[in-house]
Design a protein. Structure first.
Length: 232
């Protein structure tokens, strides 16, 4: 069993592997499932056009953008199911032609022009092979295959996005720089002067409480009343 360190290393290596980037590389990679493994030469129906399948596969890859090989396999399963569902429509028409060729409608049924040849072909098939019912079940299987692959792909992508966002949130962030750097005084300089509160000063003195409610004159500079400055 792989250790936690090995699992983390595998995740980091998987992030670096982005797969083919050029159109030529994507085209070669999309054909690997037809060349290697159990599906080589047996993936498409006998009359299936490989170019149509590759075009559909590239459209699905551009739409769902798989990030690794596992997600890419789910996209391939979706494209294969969709491609086979398109061929079901041709098989449905082919069954009608086959039944009308092998079991032609009798002439007396077509004289009144009320019997539909398609209804005759469907009735003959239901009485013998019941191929139409089997074809409907086959189409339902392909639809479930497509829906299951799409659901698994969305679930896997949601888990991957949640894991990536969690790694970003848990990653330590550098401290934010101070938008207003503080002023530093020089070592030999004088200390900053303390802040003093401003006092409100006016050029007019405030009124004092006097009996007549007037202003009180300031006291004379010489309290003795002598105008001479030497006292003589």
């Amino acid at each position: 069993m792989a250790t936690e360190a090995q699992q983390n290393a595998n995740r980091e290596n998987a992030k670096k592997s982005t797969g083919p980037r050029t159109p030529e590389g994507k085209a070669i990679s999309s054909r690997n499932s037809l060349v290697h493994g159990m599906t080589s030469g047996k993936f498409l129906p006998p009359d299936g056009d490989p170019e149509e399948y590759f075009q559909l596969l590239n459209q699905f890859r551009d739409r769902f953008k798989p990030s690794d090989e596992v997600e890419g396999r789910l996209v391939e399963r979706m494209a294969a199911a969709e491609f086979k569902m398109c061929s079901v429509r041709y098989m449905d028409a082919g069954l009608f032609h086959y039944e009308l060729k092998t079991n032609p409608m009798p002439q007396h049924f077509s004289e009144d022009e009320r019997t539909n040849p398609l209804a005759w072909a469907f009735q003959c098939d239901a009485a013998h092979h019941n191929a139409f019912s089997k074809l409907i079940r086959y189409e339902g299987f392909l639809q479930r295959e497509f829906s299951r692959s799409l659901r698994d792909l969305f679930k896997m992508q949601d888990e991957r996005r949640a894991r990536e966002s969690e790694e970003v949130e848990t990653k330590p962030q550098p401290p934010a720089p101070d938008p207003q750097p503080r002023e530093q005084s020089s070592p030999g300089g004088p200390p900053p002067s303390p802040k003093t509160e401003k006092t409100n000063r006016t050029q007019f003195p405030e009124p004092r409480n006097t009996p007549d409610g007037g202003w009180v004159r300031d006291a004379p500079l010489n309290p003795d009343g002598n105008p001479s400055s030497d006292g003589s």
